[in-house]
Unconditional design. Structure first.
Ligand code: ATP
Ligand code: MG
Length: 420
């Protein structure tokens, strides 16, 4: 160990576990790529004001969890705590919404930073893969995104997750509900902070995890009873499309994203094997966000799935991904001349697209064969002076143990054939 350790609330991804993270990112991205979503990458930091407006001044993310800094030039920046605001900012800046057909469909993958109390499944640096569909209000789009996330989780073999679904109404019906809820909440016995929350972000109170608060909320007015006809019809359509696709969901009236520009469809993916950090992903419609950050009206919908928690979910279900070994062939030279010749062979194999590795450092046969084993390679190539004199290398099948001499000039073709 060195003098240094990873900062509090962070951890390193190291082999072999890191391969699972890559595979999870890939599994989430694959259905998006196949469905017309283009890859977008934005900076790891943004002007702090983007998140203040684009995530919301009343959220925990902005008030408590954001890493902010002032640059030497005096700019106020924040490490990105989430992806949606940045992606929308970038799409507007590049005029993607004017360039072609709407919706603009984008996906991203990256690191996010939140100053949280570290615990299992909750870190200060974590990883998300996300998707945004910008500029179209269509229940099919909401359904598409939920179906693609479901498909991604299923492709990983996950089964113990549930989809929670709700509608938050729109700018017509939501304010009426908000006021009714505030009137109800003001009469409850609540602490100072929660009372303040009633005024700024009352829907968020419904999300309170404390049992004594939840008990008082039993008779709270229900958003469902306040949805306008357009929102009701929209939500019914999303539900019907999910059902038609065979995607099982649960209606959850308490599921809220209490910001003014979050509208209609909202959903969360929860996994039952994760304890209290059970949300593996979440998303919804944000019809008002573009205008909040100075853009035109662009109704949009998106989600972000947490890679860290998805890996924990795999581990909770005891799922081992079927990851192909990185190395197909492991070369073991015996002696100086063999080192040069076999390294040339390895270079040639690599150029021919065959994954190959090499026993570096001039170890003896025993140690080198141990490394060959550990590499997971299907074949080992062993050559000493006598082999070279005959113009052959020994090709060993690591599974059967069977060994045969193959002419140097034919080794690439032979391996290509055997590896299919
Ligand atoms: P939570 O309620 O658990 O705090 P959240 O509502 O803050 O989650 P989102 O902002 O919706 O989470 O982010 C989407 C996903 O990103 C989450 O479902 C989760 O998988 C992951 N995520 C969020 N915060 C963290 C974190 N601090 N550490 C690890 N993963 C996280
Ligand atoms: Mg959070």
């Amino acid at each position: 160990m060195s003098t240094f350790q990873a900062p509090k609330g962070t951890y390193d991804l190291t082999p072999p576990r890191s391969a699972t993270f890559l595979a999870v990112r890939e599994a989430i991205a694959a259905p998006l790529r196949d469905s017309g979503y283009g890859y977008i990458e934005t900076p790891g930091f943004e002007n702090v004001e983007l998140f203040a407006r684009g995530v919301g001044e009343s959220t925990d993310i902005v008030t408590k969890e954001m890493y902010t800094l002032t640059t030497k030039g005096g700019d106020q920046l924040a490490l990105r705590p989430e992806g949606t605001a940045s992606v929308l900012r970038a799409a507007l800046e590049a005029n993607l919404h004017k360039a072609g057909n709407l919706p603009v469909k984008l996906w991203y993958s990256g690191s996010y930073y939140r100053y949280e109390r570290p615990q299992a499944g909750r870190y200060r640096h974590f990883s998300q893969v996300g998707a945004e569909a910008i500029g179209t209000e269509d229940p099919v789009l909401d359904a598409e995104l939920i179906i693609l996330a479901d498909q991604a989780y299923r492709s990983l073999g996950l089964r113990q997750f549930r989809i929670l679904l709700n509608s938050l109404g729109d700018k017509e019906c939501r304010p009426v509900y908000r006021e009714a809820l505030q009137t109800f909440l003001r009469d409850l016995d609540l602490d100072e902070e929660t009372r303040r929350r009633i005024e700024i972000n009352p829907l968020r109170v419904l999300d309170d995890k404390r049992a004594d608060v939840q008990k008082q909320l039993t008779d709270a007015p229900k958003l469902r009873d306040y949805l306008c006809d357009a929102c009701k019809a929209y939500h019914e359509e999303v539900r019907a499309l999910l059902t038609a696709a065979g995607v099982v969901y649960e209606d959850d009236e308490k599921l809220v994203r209490g910001l003014d520009y979050y509208t209609r469809t909202t959903f969360e993916f929860v996994h039952d094997g994760l304890g209290s950090q059970s949300a593996v992903g979440g998303g919804g419609r944000y019809d008002g966000l573009s205008e909040m950050i100075g853009g035109p009206e662009l109704p949009s919908v998106g989600w972000a799935l947490g890679v860290d928690r998805t890996v924990l979910a795999l581990e909770a279900e005891g799922i081992e991904l079927d990851l192909p070994y990185a190395t197909s062939v492991y070369a073991v030279p015996l002696g100086e001349e063999a080192r040069r010749v076999l390294f040339g062979v390895v270079t040639g194999l690599r150029r021919a697209g065959i994954a190959a590795d090499f026993a570096f450092g001039g170890r003896g046969l025993k140690g080198a064969m141990k490394s060959a084993n550990r590499s997971g390679a299907r074949y080992a190539l062993v050559a000493g002076e006598r082999d070279l004199a005959e113009g052959v290398v020994q090709l060993k099948d690591m599974e059967s143990g069977e060994q045969s001499a193959v002419p140097l000039t034919e080794i690439a073709a032979e391996l290509a054939k055997r590896l299919g």
